[in-house]
Design a protein around this ligand. Structure first.
Ligand SMILES: Cc1cc2nc3c(=O)[nH]c(=O)nc-3n(C[C@H](O)[C@H](O)[C@H](O)COP(=O)(O)OP(=O)(O)OC[C@H]3O[C@@H](n4cnc5c(N)ncnc54)[C@H](O)[C@@H]3O)c2cc1C
Length: 378
């Protein structure tokens, strides 16, 4: 007999899990299909930074804030480690300090609280910051750190136990002709299909994506061995290179000059799309990244020179003694020239969701809530 569900979700990454959460909370019967024995995509390869400050002010920023409200509920209910540590952007050059000043002074959403700190206050918030040449820091209390590997591995059991969501791992969905689903060589049945397949836009409904402008981006990442117990980063850290990465800083008049200075001083940063961030998890490991290589430049092989550039830059703002790298990996995500996410309805009863850009963890629960409400009414 074919099992019948209201909703079938493709993909047990964070976007699929967030959709399953909202659908099941409506009392619907939900099954999640994941082609792997567990999710191994971008959702377990990221920093675990829930990072509204990277979004420009506007609707997506508000989705990010709503998402963090939902994240807090889920993290508390599921008992996952997290740190409401906020973020700190550090300035070591005059133009970096100027961008931070413009950002702090500029009009933002009324509920954004960020302040410009002097070196002494920065070091009080994070003693691991390198004091040499430090000029200022932009402190925001909003950002939350999670352990993405723990969360993505643990959410299926939480969703099953609390909301009755069914999971079918090792089941790749190969077709959907409502209500018939073909997955893992068997037939299943669901009224609706929610495709949350990450950066795989070739396997299901490729025609919906062909002209969408989607492409891919590869990022190299590292994780340190646990630091000494007395070495705590506190807030998640970023520095000058990040001020040219996130769209939120585009409204700062001094950003183009900062970009030009970085490009002239070290073209390798632009060549490999490098900006450097660091976050410490509950085991005192520091997650470090990243680089950005696009489309035809993506190779299966990682570049040692990228890791070197990242670690050398990290040392300019992080002073952690005996930092030893324990793991290196890369991840990929979907990218779009202008949209932070794409939602398509390629056939009757099908919704396909792709978060484009590096903030899918941040947007996940808020975005899924909005999409489910739009499709089902709410
Ligand atoms: C290195 C890196 C760092 C990042 N850092 C951050 C960060 O700190 N903060 C932040 O907000 N965002 C970050 N991001 C972005 C974020 O990780 C992604 O936007 C998000 O994880 C995308 O989630 P997803 O569920 O769409 O995709 P994925 O996690 O890739 O999950 C898609 C899942 O679908 C499954 N699947 C695909 N096709 C099928 C099929 N036909 N049948 C069954 N299963 C299928 C795949 O196996 C996979 O498990 C980062 C991304 C990377 C790569």
């Amino acid at each position: 007999m074919v099992s019948r569900y209201d909703d079938a979700v493709v993909g047990a990454g964070i976007i699929g899990l967030a959709h399953a959460y909202h659908l099941a909370r409506r009392g619907r019967s939900v099954i999640v299909f994941e082609r792997g024995a567990r999710a191994t995509g971008a959702s377990i390869r990221n920093f675990g930074m829930l990072w509204p400050i990277g979004q420009p002010a506007g609707p997506t920023y508000r989705v990010a804030l709503r998402s963090l409200e939902l994240w807090r509920v889920v993290l508390a209910a599921a008992g996952f480690w997290h740190a409401a540590s906020g973020s700190l952007h550090l300035a070591y050059r005059e133009d970096e300090e100027q961008v931070l000043r413009e950002f702090a002074n500029g009009a933002r959403e009324p509920d954004v609280v960020c302040e410009l700190l002097g070196p002494k206050e920065v070091l009080e918030r994070s003693p691991a910051v390198n004091p040499n040449g430090l000029r200022a820091g932009l402190s925001s209390p909003t950002e939350i750190g999670v352990d993405s590997r723990e969360v993505v591995a643990g959410l299926p059991a939480f969703l099953h136990d609390t909301l009755g969501v069914t999971f079918a791992f090792n089941h790749a969905v190969t077709s959907f002709d409502a209500p018939r689903i073909r997955a893992g060589g068997s037939d299943w049945s669901a009224d609706r299909l929610w495709v949350c397949a990450g950066d795989d836009f070739q396997s299901l409904f490729p025609e919906a994506f062909r002209t969408s402008g989607l492409s891919r981006c590869k990022l190299q990442m590292m994780r340190s061995e646990p630091t000494d117990t007395d070495c705590r980063l506190g807030p998640m850290l970023a520095a000058g290179l990040t001020l040219r990465h996130y769209r939120a800083f585009e409204r700062c008049p001094s950003q183009p000059a900062l970009r030009a200075r970085v490009a002239a001083e070290n073209p390798e940063f632009d060549r490999y799309g490098i900006h450097v961030m660091a976050a410490q998890n509950g085991r005192s490991e520091i997650v470090i990244g990243d680089s950005h290589e696009y489309d035809d430049r993506i190779e299966p092989f990682d570049k040692a020179c990228i890791d070197r550039l990242i670690l050398d830059y990290l040392a300019t703002f992080l002073a952690v003694p005996n930092l030893r790298i324990a793991q290196r990996w890369h991840g990929t995500y979907a990218r779009h020239p202008s949209e932070p996410y794409l939602v398509a309805h390629p056939s009757a009863g099908v919704t396909a969701v792709t978060v484009t850009g590096g903030l899918g963890m941040t947007l996940s629960f808020g975005l899924a809530e909005r999409i489910v409400d739009n499709v089902l009414g709410g």
